[in-house]
Write a protein that binds this ligand. Structure first.
Ligand SMILES: Cc1ncc(COP(=O)(O)O)c(C=O)c1O
Length: 368
């Protein structure tokens, strides 16, 4: 049996008539950027997330960058981000002109540690970005307390976690803003790039809408320097077809994750338990294994694609290593050596998961 890392065409095949009709509707209306689909999607996402405002943009990276700009974070400010995340989280801070400060993961978890954030504080710290990595909610209570006590903005990087919940609320409703990505592989994926920002403050949302559109305050009047980061109508129409199915797809991911956990009990694989009061959405199902590279090669030999997220933590990336020389984040660095993402997507069969867990047991039998 061979298992691909993803099957992006599967959702198209499943929803083909509705998706084709949505795309045709946009083509026929002739309104490709800034129209009714984008507005409707913003409204539907706001309802889904339980927030008053959602602003569509053209990527998760821009959702982070524009969040920082709209909150007034830039040159002279420090922003704390996890060392163990996709590079875009850190990149957005540098693009905003602020200085990056890195925090380590919580013990036994992939996500940022509130205590490590506390240690990374400086007199210039203005914001903290909490990344709900792999679809696992961050333990937000201690971070929110810390940010409230220190007067810091808390930004959620929810690129990998749409639909996840914490304390009976949707992820994305806790920070001053939250950034979502609709990159095709995400739990809610477009057929191109896309992103959105959730927030509760209408004035902040109005500023975000100006910033995504060249700082425009009227057609040819530009109140500030913004950028071009609009979510196009075709992507919005596609996302509107998919959004009603997101919870069903996320439930399927949780079912597959539970099967992995059952099948890998008593192996050398480890995975973090969800933090108290949270419901994850398993954008990835990631385990740590002391023989990670050998296990990945063994799975590959047997037709199973797995992936390493992330082999180099942000503070050690060539683009940043010089400015962070000497910084050591032991938990992030260890995860870079040991973390392995096993295939998980709603269309993956339960038989495939059971087959993969049996292969991992066979690997350990061989190794042991
Ligand atoms: C944690 C995280 N943050 C930000 C991003 C950036 O999103 P995008 O690719 O839509 O710019 C991603 C995308 O992979 C991500 O995984």
């Amino acid at each position: 049996m061979s298992v691909p890392p993803l099957d992006l065409g599967a959702q198209y095949r499943q929803l083909r008539p509705a998706l084709d009709a949505a795309i045709q509707r946009v083509l026929a209306e002739g309104n490709y950027i800034g129209g009714p689909e984008g507005e409707a999607l913003e409204h539907e996402l706001a309802q889904y997330l339980g927030v008053p405002e959602v602003v569509g943009v053209n990527s998760g990276t821009d959702a982070l960058l524009l969040s920082l700009k709209a909150l007034g974070v830039g040159a002279g400010d420090d922003v704390i981000v996890p060392g163990f995340t996709f590079f875009a989280t850190a990149e957005a801070v540098s693009l905003a002109g602020a200085r990056l400060c890195f925090a380590d993961c919580a013990p036994g978890h992939f996500n940022i540690d509130a205590e490590s954030v506390r240690q990374a504080l400086t007199p210039r710290t203005k914001a903290v970005i909490a990344v709900h990595l792999f679809g696992q909610p961050v333990a937000l209570d201690p971070l929110r307390d810390l940010c409230a006590r220190q007067g810091l903005w808390l930004i959620e990087d929810a690129a990998q976690a749409i639909g996840a919940r914490y304390r009976h609320r949707n992820i994305g409703s806790f920070g001053s803003t939250a950034a979502f990505s609709f990159y095709p592989t995400k739990n809610l994926g477009a057929f191109g790039d896309g992103g959105a920002i959730a927030c509760c403050d209408p004035a902040l949302a109005a500023r975000l809408r100006r910033l995504r559109n060249h700082g425009r305050q009227s057609r040819y009047e530009h109140g500030e320097i913004g950028c071009n980061s609009r979510l196009d109508e075709i992507q919005a129409a596609i996302l509107r077809v998919k959004l009603p199915l997101l919870d069903v797809w996320n439930e399927k991911r949780r079912r597959l994750a539970a099967l992995y956990q059952e099948g890998l009990r008593d192996t050398a694989c480890r995975w973090p338990p969800p933090v108290a009061g949270s419901i994850p959405v398993y954008h990835q199902f990631v385990v740590t294994h002391p023989e990670r590279d050998a296990l990945q090669a063994f799975l590959f030999k047997h037709g199973i694609s797995s992936a390493v997220f992330y082999p180099i933590p942000c503070h050690l990336q060539p683009a940043l290593a010089q400015s962070h020389a000497g910084l050591c984040l032991p938990r992030a660095e260890r995860l870079a050596q040991e973390a392995l993402a096993l295939p998980i997507y709603p269309e993956l069969s339960e038989e495939s998961v059971m087959h993969i867990t049996q292969l991992i047991r066979a690997f350990e039998g061989d190794v042991g």
